[in-house]
Ligand binder design. Structure first.
Ligand code: SAM
Length: 356
């Protein structure tokens, strides 16, 4: 993106200033929004501990957006910051996969780049891990070709963008068919009023740019993703009394979403009869069961009747390697949870711990 639009440039500069100059370490944050609440998988925790301290100290994520089972995959991290999630992903993809982080803030990119060699020594091979300068609204200009990523990840970043539709379109284009945008971000239970959107600290903390969940669902399905799957949803605490007063009755959530891009033919197959899906137990770290989302958990070797769209995901996305999927004549009309519904009935867990 050329940044020719002055309000977009101003929004970008305010965020660069916040993450490049105002914040120094994770402890400077004013909310739990940008410090991942629920514990990552033990494999991820172990890897986090092996990452250079300078990288970990500047982690500002609000979730755990790194799936397991990604060996050999090409991963793209939007708003990679100091690079923590990229380092973890680089270890998970191994020597045959690649990880590219995109960020616009020089200070963050410098920390990320400075520690790659040291991490290579820990891994015992040179990881295909690089950090590029660019805007997530226009990945192509940042040097990311269309159809080049198997999985895109992102941690507490999209809320900071002044042009969220462009971000989702850009990710859609960067993904290969069968790919997934697996990301954690801040969402709200209502549209954030204009007055709050201009507040710099609220914005930096992810509270004024959070999308209303319903609007998010509309935008991404219009772009061509399947209806968003929710992996985790946890309420966000605002610690600072002044910020707390400003946000009033708005409820915030950190949500890890899964957005699948299937090829057009598969996506538009309106078939509503279901499928029978069996998880093979072949993802390291998920040997006994696999949680696709809040509505769908699979025990190893246990056939499950699933809806048409769940069957199409398991048959035609990068997850196809781990499932056996057969057509079924039985109609399965499982509803897929919308975040708004979960918020209404408070049907989410809250495990407030990180790696011990
Ligand atoms: C909350 S921090 C999260 C960083 C990292 N994902 C982590 O978990 O530590 C947000 C990061 O996104 C970057 N960012 C925000 N908006 C961006 C944009 N439009 N294009 C590129 N990077 C952006 C910022 O520079 C910052 O490093």
């Amino acid at each position: 993106m050329s940044c020719s639009n002055s309000s977009t440039a101003a929004a970008h500069n305010a965020v660069k200033d916040y993450y490049g100059k105002v914040l120094s370490t994770t402890s400077d944050l004013k909310t739990s929004a940008c410090s991942a609440r629920s514990a990552p998988h033990p494999i991820v925790c172990r890897l986090i501990k092996s990452i250079p301290k300078a990288v970990n100290d500047k982690f500002y994520g609000c979730g755990n957006p790194i799936p397991l089972g990604i060996e050999g995959k090409d991963i793209l991290d939007l708003g990679s910051g100091s690079g923590r999630d990229c380092y973890v992903a680089a270890a998970l993809v191994g020597p045959n996969g690649s990880v590219t982080g995109v960020d616009m803030t020089d200070e963050q990119l410098q920390t990320a780049r400075n520690n790659v060699d040291e991490f290579g020594k820990t891994l015992g091979y040179t990881p295909k891990l690089k950090f590029v300068t660019g805007y997530i609204e226009d990945l192509k200009t940042a040097g990311i070709p269309d159809n080049s990523a198997d999985i895109c990840i992102s941690n507490c970043v999209v809320n900071l963008s002044p042009s969220k539709r462009e971000v989702f379109s850009s990710v859609f284009n960067a993904l290969r068919a069968g790919g997934e945008f697996h990301f954690s971000d801040m969402y709200a239970d209502q549209t954030i009023p204009e007055a709050l959107r201009q507040h710099q600290m609220l914005h930096g903390e992810g509270l004024s740019g959070a999308l209303f969940t319903n609007e998010f669902e509309r935008i991404v399905t219009e772009i061509g993703f399947l209806f968003p799957r929710i992996l985790t949803i946890t309420p966000v605490d605002v610690y600072d009394p002044q910020l707390k007063q400003l946000v009033g009755n708005i409820k915030y959530f950190s949500i890890t979403y899964r957005l699948f891009k299937l090829n057009e033919q598969t996506r538009d197959n309106g078939k509503d009869t279901g499928y029978i899906a069996t998880y093979l137990g072949t993802i390291t770290g998920h040997e006994d069961k696999y949680v696709l989302d809040i509505d769908n958990t699979f025990e190893r070797n246990v056939p499950v009747h699933v809806s048409g769209s769940t069957g199409r995901i398991l048959k035609s996305s990068w997850l196809a390697d781990f499932f056996n999927v057969e057509e079924s004549s039985e109609e399965v009309t499982t509803e897929i949870s919308s975040a708004a519904m979960l918020i209404k009935v408070n049907a989410f867990g809250c495990s407030a711990s990180s790696c011990k």
